[in-house]
Design a protein around this ligand. Sequence first.
Ligand code: PEP
Length: 252
Amino acid sequence: MRKSLVVANWKMNNGTAETSDFLNEFLKINLNPKGEVVICPPFIGLDRLKNSLSNSSIKIGAQNLYYEENGAYTGEISASMLKSVDVSYVIIGHSERREYFNETDEICNKKVKKALEYNITPILCVGEKKEDRDNGMHLDLIKSQLYESLKSLELREDEEIVVAYEPIWAIGTGETASSEDAEEICKFIRNELEDILGDSADSTRILYGGSVKPNNIDELMQMENIDGALVGGASLVPEDFARIVNYGDKNE
Ligand code: PEP
């Protein structure tokens, strides 16, 4: 049985004051998580999360890391720095990083390995653009993102990776993949992971991301190969994110 995972990706939103406001509101809500919950704030929010969540089961994630140990890499952050603020997950290869910061599969591969070296679970994002889907190229593209980003990876028994399927046309657009479409691709990903990771494929959690909202989370979470969600916009609104975390509960 795979434990579900709901991840908030705040992107470049919420400074320190807004982070405190969010936590004040969010932690007042009656939360009934079915599995793990992770919040990935901008880097300046990590320490605040560490202090506010020390008595909570909510975990801390980062939106990126750099694969070198330390040194002259202006603007970057290292795995050991993230570890010092209790980061246990890191998003790697988000489509916005691939598009605006030229993050390639080769770079993702180095980042995945560096995260694992520091006992941080990488959440590798893959997904196609609208035109890839229209051209019938989406499965080839996703396959190559998986093979290249996870190249020569040997997972120890105590290590895991998470894969997030995020169709780019569904991110921030309000247009969600239908749960059947999302399931079909997540199943495809799990089959490919069998070749790449062997036995660990079955226990690897696969998330769906792309306009996940309170009104579609329940249906998505019923799918066999969808083990959780990566949530952008809706994770900025405490009530909405709480409803997503509480998926499956009857609305009060
Ligand atoms: C994301 O940023 O990973 C994402 C899925 O965003 P949204 O939920 O806003 O579509």
